[in-house]
Structures are given as structure tokens and as C-alpha cells.
Design a protein. Structure first.
Length: 217
């Protein structure tokens, strides 16, 4: 049995989401050195953009009529669902890109969601302990100039928590571009506090999901 970890950052060497996910993973491994960590790195191994449509349209033809691409897409969807269903806990690290959901994550999610075991009721995954780490270059908190421009975090919550029914914890770290983009230099103290808060949450949530091992089907 295992922890399933998905990463979506396209810049692994400087990734804030990966660093936070490392903290969650470290707590899991410390508590359960016998378990394995199953990784899916969507930047290193992106899901083909055509796979989702191939999987969906494969359901509209007789099995023997399916094309090679449709069969490959179905097999990939099955492997994604196997990874999710087979894991005892789930960890997702997903940055905000272009004010929306990471295309790598959306492509992966859409394909996984074609597997009939992960139906609209989220039956196969309901109640599974999970942590979502999400990082934002800017800050979209209430009262900020770009309040409402983060079109990723709410969607991620909806699909993971409400559609799939995961027992979800969310670590959010805004302002990761402070220190990178000089226009944000005035926010150094705020960004440092937000980083520390996110790191504390990541460690606490790692401990939480580790403690739930064996208590959830
Ligand atoms: C191509 C690209 C687009 C980005 N778009 C946004 C954006 O729309 N809003 C934002 O706040 N940050 C944006 N960022 C900043 C990332 O969210 C930020 O750098 C984050 O820390 C990336 O995740 P990582 O550190 O795990 O790689 C963008 C970064 C890249 C590389």
C-alpha cells in the first residue's frame, strides 16, 4: 500500500509546490517507512492532449471498432484510476498558471475521470485522505487588486473534494514570486509569513494523513 503523489510544476528545480509536497511526503514516510510512494510527474511525463477525447469517444463505439489510440487512452485511464484507488493517501502539488488550472493537471484529471470506477458519485475514492498543495505567484486574497483572478484553487477543491469525495486538506502558498519579481519586493515580509504558514500546514497535514493510515478503507 502506498502514498500516491502527483506533481504538476513545470519548473522542478525551483518548485515551491514540490518543496511543500516534500514536507507532506516526509511525514508520511517517517510514520510509515514500510510503505511505498507512487509518483506521477506530469511535467516529466505529460498526458497526451488527445487522450481524453479518445477515451470518451471509445465509449460510443463497439469494443472491436476501437482505434489503437482509443485503446491506449483507455489503458492510460485505467492505470491512473488504479493508482488512485490503490493508494491509501493522495498528495497533489499543483501551481497556478495563467490565472487558471494547470493544463497538465486538467488533462490528467479529465482522463482519470473517464474510468467508470471513478464515477460522478466519487464512490471509489470517497473518504480517502488527501492533501492538495497549491502555489500562486501572486496573491488573490480578498481586498487585493486581483481578487477573483485565481481560477484554479476553487476548481481543484470542487473536483477533489466534492466530485471525488476525498477527505481533503489544502495547503496554499501565495506570493511565491516575491523575491523573483522585483515589482513585488514590498511584500517580502508578507510573503515570508505566508511561506512559513504553508510549511507548518504541510507538515501538520502530512502527520494527519499518516495517522489515518489503516483507519480508512
Ligand atoms: C508560465 C507561467 C505562468 C504563470 N502564471 C501565473 C499566474 O497567472 N498567476 C500567478 O499568480 N502566478 C503565475 N505563475 C507563477 C507560478 O504560479 C509560481 O511561480 C509558482 O510558484 C509555480 O509553481 P512551482 O514553484 O511549484 O513551480 C506562472 C508561472 C509560469 C511559469
Amino acid at each position: 500500500m502506498s502514498l500516491f503523489r502527483l506533481d504538476a510544476s513545470i519548473l522542478p528545480s525551483s518548485s515551491a509546490s514540490r518543496s511543500l509536497a516534500d514536507l507532506v511526503e516526509a511525514e508520511w514516510v517517517a510514520a510509515h517507512p514500510d510503505s511505498t510512494v507512487v509518483r506521477r510527474d506530469l511535467a516529466a511525463d505529460p498526458v497526451p492532449a488527445t487522450a481524453w477525447a479518445d477515451a470518451v469517444t471509445s465509449g460510443f463505439v463497439d469494443a472491436e471498432q476501437r482505434t489503437e489510440r482509443q485503446l491506449e487512452a483507455r489503458a492510460l485511464a485505467t492505470s491512473f484510476a488504479d493508482e488512485l484507488i490503490g493508494a491509501e493517501a493522495l498528495l497533489f502539488a499543483v501551481p497556478l498558471y495563467n490565472y487558471g488550472v494547470s493544463q497538465h493537471f486538467k488533462t490528467w484529471f479529465d482522463l482519470a475521470y473517464t474510468d467508470p470506477r471513478i464515477d460522478t458519485q466519487g464512490t471509489a475514492l470517497r473518504g480517502k485522505p488527501a492533501t492538495l498543495v497549491t502555489v500562486l505567484g501572486g496573491n488573490y486574497a480578498p481586498g487585493t487588486p486581483k481578487e477573483g483572478w485565481d481560477h484554479s484553487t476553487a476548481w481543484l477543491r470542487r473536483v477533489l473534494e466534492d466530485v471525488w469525495g476525498l477527505d481533503l486538506r489544502v495547503v496554499e502558498r501565495p506570493f511565491t514570486l516575491v523575491g523573483v519579481n522585483p515589482a513585488l519586493d514590498a511584500f517580502a515580509d508578507t510573503a515570508a509569513a505566508l511561506k512559513e504558514k504553508a510549511e507548518t500546514a504541510a507538515t501538520a497535514y502530512g502527520q494527519e494523513i499518516a495517522a489515518l493510515r489503516g483507519r480508512v478503507a
